[in-house]
Write a protein that binds this ligand. Structure first.
Ligand code: HEC
Ligand code: HEC
Ligand code: HEC
Ligand code: HEC
Ligand code: HEC
Length: 170
């Protein structure tokens, strides 16, 4: 039995190492290309220079699986007066008038069969920065990590997160 377990452990080790290896290679061959956003939203200006808390905009992060991206209304709360004449802010106001949501392009994306709950990680004491980098200093969101299996498991092994297959595969 012991031998079987050791062999099983080695197989998992090899799987993790190869997934990690291939994601590093991928990152090297295809340096991250962050999408063009419909409005030049700047995290450094909002969360850094003006100190607006992450949770003021990403309101679901501590309550649910997703963090959520703010609605146009949230932007207008401030921008009905702040920098109203700026061309980028004019775009916000025209989305508001048309009643259409701003079509933000996603930067982080795990496969549909992966269960990733933001709320559990925040309760477990993992900070936004550990997974998304120093967002306060980013003028545009730069992908800090690729949410692949090696990345999840390395942290789970260090920090007592679950490592059984069905915790993350749904
Ligand atoms: C809590 C208030 C607040 C909210 C909410 C807010 N902003 Fe801002 N925004 C600011 C402040 C303060 C500045 C900096 C103004 C300055 O430089 O004088 C700014 C600047 C900007 C600028 C730069 C304008 C320019 O030309 O200099 C853009 C673009 C912008 N915000 C977009 C957004 C978008 C999009 C949202 C919604 C997702 C949003 N903001 C939500 C306060 C806010
Ligand atoms: C004023 C509102 C506002 C604040 C404050 C804010 N964000 Fe955002 N965040 C946005 C908007 C709008 C987007 C979508 C546009 C983009 O990607 O820049 C976004 C996108 C993101 C994304 C990329 C999501 C994806 O996969 O597309 C991450 C990660 C993120 N924010 C983390 C943070 C963190 C961490 C903080 C605090 C340090 C923070 N944000 C503060 C409005 C905000
Ligand atoms: C343990 C790692 C981890 C932590 C901590 C974390 N995130 Fe995320 N975040 C992810 C992953 C992985 C995704 C992609 C999830 C998916 O596609 O299902 C993501 C996606 C996002 C998104 C876009 C999709 C969505 O859920 O709305 C935003 C915005 C975001 N995170 C903001 C934040 C903010 C703000 C914090 C801190 C309050 C935070 N994240 C903490 C790993 C993390
Ligand atoms: C930086 C560290 C870190 C990273 C990266 C990370 N996690 Fe976690 N995760 C944790 C910790 C710590 C816990 C335990 C939280 C607690 O105390 O309940 C956890 C718990 C979980 C849980 C259990 C939630 C529950 O209901 O008990 C799931 C599911 C999970 N993580 C999925 C993922 C997936 C999927 C990824 C990769 C896309 C990931 N995690 C990346 C640290 C991390
Ligand atoms: C902590 C979370 C987590 C655990 C535990 C986990 N996985 Fe994964 N797994 C992932 C993530 C995240 C991906 C990559 C999804 C993606 O590409 O977006 C993945 C991908 C995979 C893939 C590749 C699927 C494909 O189509 O490319 C296989 C196979 C796999 N896992 C098997 C397992 C097995 C077997 C176990 C148990 C020994 C396990 N996983 C445990 C998170 C996890």
């Amino acid at each position: 039995m012991r031998k079987v377990l050791v062999a099983f452990g080695t197989v998992i080790g090899i799987v993790v190492a190869s997934l990690l290896g291939s994601s590093l290679l991928y990152a090297y061959v295809f340096p991250s290309q962050e999408p063009r956003q419909p409005i030049a939203f700047n995290h450094k200006l909002h969360a850094g220079d003006n100190g607006i808390p992450c949770l003021f905009c990403h309101v679901y992060a501590t309550k649910s699986r997703v963090a959520g991206v703010p609605s146009v209304q949230k932007c207008v709360e401030c921008h009905s007066s702040i920098k109203r004449d700026s061309p980028e802010v004019q775009k916000i106001l025209s989305y508001m008038d048309s009643g259409k949501p701003i079509p933000w392009v996603k930067v982080y994306n795990a496969a549909d069969y992966i269960y990733f709950p933001h709320n559990r990680h925040l309760k477990g004491g993992v900070a936004c920065e550990e997974c998304h980098g120093n967002v306060k200093s980013m003028t545009r969101i730069v992908r800090y990590a690729t949410p692949g299996m090696g990345w999840c498991l390395i942290c789970h092994q260090k920090r007592n997160g679950p490592t059984d297959c069905w915790a993350c595969h749904i």
